[in-house]
Ligand binder design. Sequence first.
Ligand SMILES: *Cc1c(COP(=O)(O)O)cnc(C)c1O
Length: 367
Amino acid sequence: MGGAEEKYVKEAFDTNWIAPLGNNVNEFENQVKEFTGTKAACALSSGTGGIHIALDLLDVGQGDFVFCSSLTFIASANPILYLGAEPVFIDSDLDSWNMSPVALKKAFEDYASKGQLPKAVVIVNLYGQSAKMDELMAICDEYGVAVVEDAAESLGSRYKGKMSGTFGKFGIYSFNGNKIITTSGGGMIVSDDEEMIQKALKKATQSRDQAVHYQHSEVGYNYRLSNISAGIGRGQMEVLEKRVEQKRAIFDRYVEALDHIDGIEFMPELENTLHNRWLSTLTVDSEKLGVTAAEIIEKLAKLNVEARPVWKPMHMQPLFAECDYYSEEQDNSKYLFETGICLPSDTKMTAEDQESVIERIREKIHG
Ligand SMILES: *Cc1c(COP(=O)(O)O)cnc(C)c1O
C-alpha cells in the first residue's frame, strides 16, 4: 500500500457507503480516466469481468470466433468461452512477446476466405509491454473488427506517447493482488465511447432497466467494484507512477548484473514505448548455459527465491486443445514459454534483497 488508501477506505466507513456505489468509486473512475486520457471508465470487481462485458457488448455469442493472443494468462480467453464463442489463438513475435502482426494477418486471411470473420480480437500487453498496436490496429481496421485491449498487466505503460489500454474499442485493467497496483481484487473497463461504458455499467449491475420496480430486458452480471475496494484504488493511483519507476529500476538492476552473460536475453522494450516492467523477464539459451529455464526455476526455489515460468500459451492448454492456432514460421509463444523466466519483481524488494537474489541466480546459472 502507498499510504492514502486507509484514508479513503475510512471515508467509505464514515459516510457509511460500503456498497458498490459511492464517492470512492466515482473518484477512482475519474482518476483512471484522467490518467489514461479516456472519456469513460467503469470500475469492476475484476479484469476478467471487464473482458467478459466488453465481448458481450461487441455481441460475441454462440458460434462466433474471437482471435486472442496465445501467450497470456487464461483470463484473456475464458470470457470467450463464457459467451459460447470459439477462440482462435495468435502467436507472439519475439521483439514484443505480444501478438504477431504476421500471424494475425495469416489468421484474418484464412478466416476471411472461409467467410468467417471474427467478432472481436483480444490483444494482450504482456508483462507490461504494449503490443505493436499500430500494425495490429491497421489489420483489424482493414477487416472492420473491434479490438479489446487486455491491459491487465500494462497500466502505466506508453506506446508512442499514448497510454497502453487506450487503442482498442475497449481497454481492460486489472487491480488483482499481483498487479502493478491493486484494490485486493478489481478491474476497470475504459473506452472513448461513453454510451458503451454506460451500457457496461448496466451490464455490470444485472442489466436493470430504468424503472422503479425491478425490470430486466437482457442478461446482466454482478461485476461492480465495491466502494471499499475503490478507496484502496484511489490511494494506489497516487503511487502508480512511482511504482512504474520502481519496477523499471528493478529491471535495470537485473540487466546490469546479468545481461552480459552469454545465453541470457531480457524481454525487449519496443522502440518509442515505455514498458512498466511489471515483471522482469528473460529467456535462457540452455545450450549456451548448460541449464534449462525450468531447472533454474527449480534450483532457485530451493534457495527460497520464487522465480516463475512465463505463461503457458493458450494453444498448449488442455482446455483449448481443439482450438485453431496461427503461429509465425516458428512457434514463438511456445519458445518463450520453454525458455522464459519471470524473476522476483516486487517493489517491496530492496536493492540489497535484489542483490542477494542476483547472487543466487549467478550461482545457479554457473553451477
Ligand atoms: C490478471 C490478468 C487478467 C485478469 O484480471 P483479474 O482482475 O484477475 O480478473 C487478464 N489478463 C491478464 C493478461 C492478466 O494478467
